[in-house]
Design a protein around this ligand. Structure first.
Ligand code: DP6
Length: 360
């Protein structure tokens, strides 16, 4: 697919003020993207579940301006001007003008808000970058008559979201998505994510993700710094092979509804991610003592009850608990009785797989 827009095709002028809004969810990686090359190309393929309750809503108000030499932007986060975010978004928009040349013709007012508290220790780059990418694709579609099929629309949105934050590429699709070339999916690409090449087994469609906020603090290692630790990492070569193998096995489990294999791969990926960070130079310990206590308790609980509950981790201390909807009563009781004591202010978020992004 060619993502460069031919502006000669403009069908609807920008003369009057317009507004477009999208809601886009966060996602939780099961096979982790960790390490990247130039231009946001991943060092290995990754796969995630798309969430439902943790999302960003972004609206873009846009109108033609006189001068079209530069991007003019006002950015508000949760209703307030935010200069730091504004600079970041401006730099991002400047990087993508070849894909949306019309950006320099417009005055943009972008308003963004998250469904989760800013201080919850949840990374919002996946939901926010995908929401913004979707808004920009909608502007293109309305004014240039392009991106008419869902496939074209969401593929470009995923491509643009990736340039903002790699993991954001996976957030535009419902339920589950993979990003990065894999032989199991002929339409897969390093430049954008795609839905799985089969129907996700019904067992997984209603999976829950309870996010235990062990610490509300901001990230100790930025993702850019984290990914760069994989350059020259002594285990890098083997890790990239392992990610492909894990993804292959996980795809089979997701199609067949094999929860045992699912648990094995998901926990292996989470622990590998942290193992890689600990064995980097410099090495980082992003788990906290309470993270370890929770992981330990989850394994004991699973052994004792046989409930299909497993954990995964981001590049931080918080723990995601993944489990089937029909076991949620038991697991939520376990969370309340035994795990919230390890969460900061007893805070956790009840999330689940979701339908992906929607225009609002
Ligand atoms: C550990 O997508 O935040 O969550 O591309 O630099 O924005 P950038 O990185 P980012 O990295 C996410 C890393 C991860 C694993 C994952 O989501 O696959």
């Amino acid at each position: 697919m060619n993502f460069i827009l031919d502006t000669a095709k403009k069908a609807v002028p920008f003369s009057k003020e317009n507004k477009i809004s999208w809601r886009s969810p966060s996602n939780i990686a099961l096979v982790k993207y960790w390490g990247k090359k130039e231009n946001q190309i991943p060092a290995n393929p990754s796969l995630s579940f798309t969430l439902s309750e943790s999302y960003t809503e972004t609206s873009v108000v846009y109108k033609e301006k006189d001068n079209n030499d530069f991007i003019k932007l006002e950015f508000r986060f949760e209703g307030k001007e935010n200069k730091l975010f504004q600079q970041k978004i401006e730099a991002f928009l400047n990087r993508i003008t070849q894909y949306f040349p019309f950006l320099t013709e417009l005055k943009l007012v972008i308003d963004s808000r998250n469904s989760f508290p800013h201080s919850a220790g949840i990374a919002s780059s996946a939901s926010s970058m995908s929401a913004l990418a979707l808004c920009l694709c909608s502007i293109e579609k309305t004014h240039f008559g392009t991106l008419n099929t869902d496939n074209e629309f969401f593929t470009k949105a995923s491509f643009i979201a990736r340039l903002g934050s790699g993991s954001a590429s996976r957030s535009v699709f419902p339920y589950a998505a993979s990003w990065g070339e894999i032989i199991e999916n002929p339409v897969s690409s390093n430049e954008y994510a795609s839905p799985l090449p089969f129907e996700l087994h019904p067992k997984f469609k209603h999976y829950r993700d309870s996010i235990l906020i062990i610490s509300k603090g901001t990230k100790k290692v930025s993702s850019t710094a984290g990914h760069s630790l994989m350059k020259g990492h002594p285990f890098a070569k083997q890790r990239f092979i392992q990610a492909k193998d894990n993804l292959k096995t996980l795809l089979k489990a997701l199609e067949a509804g094999d929860e045992k294999i699912f648990i094995e791969i998901v926990e292996n990926e989470a622990l590998t991610l942290h193992g890689l960070m600990m064995s980097s130079n410099p090495g980082f310990i992003l788990m906290q003592p309470n993270t370890l206590l929770v992981l330990y308790k989850i394994r004991v609980y699973r052994e004792k009850t046989g409930v299909n509950l497993c954990f995964t981790l981001d590049a931080g201390p918080n723990v995601h608990l993944l489990y089937p909807d029909n076991e949620s009563d038991a697991v939520e009781k376990f969370i309340r009785n035994e795990l919230t004591q390890y969460c900061q202010d007893s805070f956790w978020i009840a999330d689940r797989l979701g339908n992906g992004s929607v225009e609002i």
